[in-house]
Design a protein around this ligand. Structure first.
Ligand code: ATP
Ligand code: MG
Length: 309
């Protein structure tokens, strides 16, 4: 049933129970790339509404199951490079499921299976990478595609070591470069001021909201190409939420970001594109402004106006 050569297969079927390569322990992908850590200035084609974005991840006719239960039905969606895409929709509609397939986190969920197409563009001259290829090295995939979960999951290490974990594995940095990267990451994640005097204290001693910001710092420290964020602000206070939204807005000049959110203001504030899901199906997607002001589908309209969900 599994297809090993994605290039020859038009329809990859992935059965996580039988997939060889899982990497428990890298729940936030430790290192995705050593691409420069400092975001560049916004480029012209990454501005909202410029319409010039290229597709980075292409999802086509994608289906997924937990055992016999089909969680996602024939979903097609393109995720543009260097933009923020928001996934919205009522609880249980499949947002997290899709997010977790994008970096193959569902490999560690027993009984999770998928069928369809999900590809990420590579550098010029290299064929697209089939994310669902059962023989794919998921560890290196997760070096490119990082994920931040709704529930913070710091490692049982110090604050400093959490952020330095990925860079230590994959980058050759001097002590002062590492210090600088740790500080930069914690500052970007809006938690530096609260932890700078106790960097070597256990991360698990932080509050939930601080832990979440630490996990965001850990994810960005390695310069991922794609950052997937599943309700990253749900445990944060309003000030930290705004700081994270600023971060998302800033990072999109360099990274491609997908954010799942139940907060309609947040989706409209910080995303370029919005995809509305309902009962495992993609109902509508497009420019965020259009989805929030002139959606084509009545269900979308009702949802963004808060009439259900
Ligand atoms: N590990 C699992 N095993 C079985 N069913 C699951 C599992 N994870 C999710 N599901 C089911 O798949 C469907 C989609 O779940 P998913 O977590 O993707 O929804 P969601 O849109 O992220 O919801 P929420 O907004 O509540 O986080 C739901 O019906 C859920 O019960
Ligand atoms: Mg979810």
């Amino acid at each position: 049933m599994m297809t090993n050569d994605s290039k020859q297969s038009d329809d990859t079927i992935l059965d996580s129970g039988r997939s060889a390569s899982t990497s428990e322990g890298s729940s936030v992908s430790p290192v995705l790339s050593d691409a420069g850590k400092q975001p560049k200035d916004q480029t012209a084609d990454s501005r909202p509404g410029s319409g010039a974005a290229q597709t980075l991840i292409e999802i086509r006719d994608f289906n997924s199951w937990y055992g016999d239960f089909q969680a996602i039905h024939s979903l097609s969606l393109e995720i543009p490079r260097h933009q923020v895409t928001a996934f919205i929709g009522p609880s249980g509609c499949g947002k997290s499921t899709l997010l977790k397939w994008i970096n193959r986190m569902n490999d560690i969920v027993p009984g999770a299976t998928a069928k369809g197409h999900m590809q990420i563009r590579q550098d010029e001259g290299r064929a697209d990478l089939n994310i669902l290829d059962p023989s794919l090295d998921v560890v290196s995939l997760r070096r490119r595609i990082g994920i931040v979960f709704q529930k913070p999951n710091p490692f049982p290490k110090s604050i400093y070591d959490n952020v330095a974990f990925g860079p230590r594995l994959h980058m050759r940095l001097t002590k002062s470069e590492m210090d600088e990267l740790v500080q930069w990451s914690l500052q970007k994640a809006a938690v530096w001021e609260e932890v700078k005097d106790r960097l070597h204290a256990p991360a698990l001693g932080l509050s939930g909201g601080q832990q979440q910001r630490l996990c965001i710092a850990r994810a960005i420290a390695v310069g991922p190409e794609v950052l997937l964020m599943d309700e990253p602000c749900s445990a944060l206070d309003p000030a930290s939420t705004l700081a994270i939204e600023d971060l998302i807005f800033e990072l999109r000049s360099q990274y491609t970001i997908v954010i799942v959110t139940h907060n309609m203001q947040q989706a409209s504030r910080c995303s370029d594109k919005t995809a509305f899901f309902f009962e495992g199906r993609l109902i509508e997607s497009g420019d965020t402004e259009k989805i929030f002001t002139k959606p084509e589908n009545k269900q979308t309209d009702d949802y963004v106006r808060g009439k259900f969900g």
